[in-house]
Design a binder for this molecule. Structure first.
Ligand SMILES: [Zn+2]
Length: 199
């Protein structure tokens, strides 16, 4: 009898969690088929679509905004991925994301999607000052400034949690968070010093 009494609240809690999960699934405005129709091999389409739709809601982007094209190619050795966009110096650059083939080849699939998510955040933060309307060129300094924007940081860190919800990989999550910290530390202290010097 005692055993039954302890087991009961657990059952109730489980049912309640399921009910919440069910209602949030129903409330999700994300299209079930996703915005990415195809992606280069080894980039998980389902997860990429979830991250993209979640991120658009975080920055209040129109839900119908299509994602930039994604390519896999040769990048400098120290880059996992890059966000490419047209600037006045390079007006022919395509608004797109490139993932290094080494990243796709040697990193965990979860880390690959996180790198993609980081670049997707750059694409959204680049479009946002223009009301999410495509421009002919964008200011070249935007992405490095975005790294030090607390909201950009909040969203890229929270993306690691969205991925954790899908994969439950603590190893990969800590790798993502430590990279974020390293990037933030190096670049933002540099920018902060520049600002101090110019004052
Ligand atoms: Zn970046």
């Amino acid at each position: 009898m005692r055993r039954f009494a302890t087991a009961l609240p657990l059952v109730v809690a489980f049912v309640a969690t399921e009910a919440v999960a069910e209602s949030s699934r129903r409330a999700s405005p994300c299209p079930t088929e996703g915005d990415f129709k195809t992606l280069p091999a080894a980039i998980d389409l389902y997860t990429a679509n979830r991250v993209w739709c979640w991120m658009k809601q975080q920055v209040n982007a129109p839900l119908g905004l299509p994602p930039p094209p994604v390519f896999v190619g040769a990048l400098p050795w120290n880059k996992y991925s890059v966000f490419v966009f047209p600037t006045s110096e390079a007006p022919d650059d395509l608004f797109s994301i490139e993932i290094a083939w080494e990243t796709v080849q040697y990193e965990d699939p979860l880390f690959v999607v996180w790198a993609l998510g980081h670049e997707l955040a750059h694409s959204l933060f680049t479009l946002r000052p223009f009301g999410f309307k495509e421009q002919i060129t964008y200011p070249a300094a935007l992405p490095s400034m975005q790294h030090c924007d607390p909201e950009f940081r909040r969203i890229t860190i929270a993306a690691a949690d969205v991925l954790w919800d899908i994969y439950h990989s603590s190893d990969q999550r800590s790798k993502m968070l430590s990279l974020d910290k390293e990037r933030y530390g190096r670049e933002c202290s540099y920018l902060l010093n520049l600002t101090k010097l110019s004052q």
